[in-house]
Ligand binder design. Structure first.
Ligand SMILES: NC(=O)c1ccc[n+]([C@@H]2O[C@H](COP(=O)([O-])OP(=O)(O)OC[C@H]3O[C@@H](n4cnc5c(N)ncnc54)[C@H](OP(=O)(O)O)[C@@H]3O)[C@@H](O)[C@H]2O)c1
Length: 291
């Protein structure tokens, strides 16, 4: 299948380029701006892919609170531009959304049929993007994922949580990390593999795609330090103490129910994914050698 990848230099885009087994044309931000509808239409018509994948997003969650216009331009109108252009040449679209479409009050893992209720401008703009993609192009895969980390680091956020934690720990900075927000951290390499499997099915629809298990940011940080052999000054705090501009869901774990329903196995547990990531980045503490 000939696929076109938008946002190809980002964290997920880089891993899609690593895992994709078919023909994949990559378009980085320098060559395409999803907000420019005519340009998007022209480039997609020129390349004539069967599938258009878009990883383009404005996802600095706190910044989005004061940048509603830009959030909706990229995450909603931009998503529609891509879905429209794909539809116009008969191609399918695969678009990536977020667990931040949920309010986190369910108290159990969310399934695809649960009603979203975002708490932030970012989550609202992504939910609008979901609706516009689904409205525009019947051949759509909307894949919600959460708490991404990957070897390329999120270009939109200047790295990822894992690298930030390791860097600050090595600098000796005391760390205060929220312990009342729980999600499923997801390795972009694993997500990319699942997206490729999904795209091969032709089973269009809405999917939750994450690594297995759940953990708070504080406990995630603690696991990173344990695996790296670091012992920083790490303190759990509440979201109220952090007082970030954007509200985030307290519990946004997503059951990969739709994926299972079409016979695909969800990705491995987050602990295994984290270990694989740390090994690839050379962060893993040397294993104790037997005496
Ligand atoms: N990161 C997370 O924790 C997380 C969690 C759940 C869902 N998601 C979703 O997962 C997807 C991929 O995230 P990621 O972590 O891989 O992000 P990323 O590393 O920031 O990658 C996004 C890519 O899109 C490009 N881009 C931004 N605005 C664009 C525009 N207007 N037109 C074309 N390209 C544009 C960026 O280029 P520049 O860097 O040059 O701007 C970047 O290469 C996004 O849809 C995001 O909303 C992310």
């Amino acid at each position: 299948m000939r696929a076109l990848l938008i946002g190809s230099k980002g964290q997920l885009g880089s891993d899609l380029r690593r895992v994709w087994s078919g023909e994949l044309v990559s378009l980085p931000h320098e060559e395409i701006d999803v907000c420019d509808g005519p340009q998007v239409a022209a480039l997609i018509a020129r390349e004539r892919p069967e599938l258009v994948i878009s990883c383009a997003a404005y996802h600095r969650v706190d910044e989005c609170e004061s940048q509603a216009q830009r959030s909706f331009e990229v995450n909603a109108v931009g998503a529609k531009n891509v879905a429209d252009a794909a539809r116009d040449i008969g191609a399918a679209v695969l678009w990536v959304s977020t667990d931040y479409v949920f309010d986190g009050e369910k108290g159990a893992p969310y399934v695809e049929t649960d009603l979203p209720r975002p708490l932030s401008v970012y989550g609202t703009s992504k939910l609008a993007g979901e609706h516009l993609v689904r409205l525009s192009n019947p051949k759509h895969y909307v894949a919600r994922s959460s708490s991404l980390f990957g070897v390329a680091g999120a270009s939109g956020k200047g790295g990822n949580f894992v690298e930030t934690m390791i860097r600050k720990a090595k600098e000796g900075e005391p760390l205060r990390v929220v312990d009342d927000q729980t999600s499923s951290p997801t390795l972009t390499f694993d997500l990319a593999q699942k997206l490729q499997e999904l795209a091969a099915t032709g089973r269009y629809g809405l999917y939750h795609v994450t690594n297995g298990g759940q953990v708070s940011w504080y406990r995630f940080a603690a696991k990173i330090f344990e695996l790296c052999g670091l012992e920083p000054d790490l303190t759990p705090i509440s979201s109220e103490e952090l007082a970030a501009p954007a509200r985030r869901p307290r519990f946004s774990v997503m059951e990969n129910a739709a994926l299972r329903s079409i016979g695909l196995q969800p990705a491995r547990p987050w602990e295994e994914a984290l270990e694989a990531y740390l090994r690839e980045k050379g962060h893993l503490k040397a294993a104790a050698t037997p005496a």
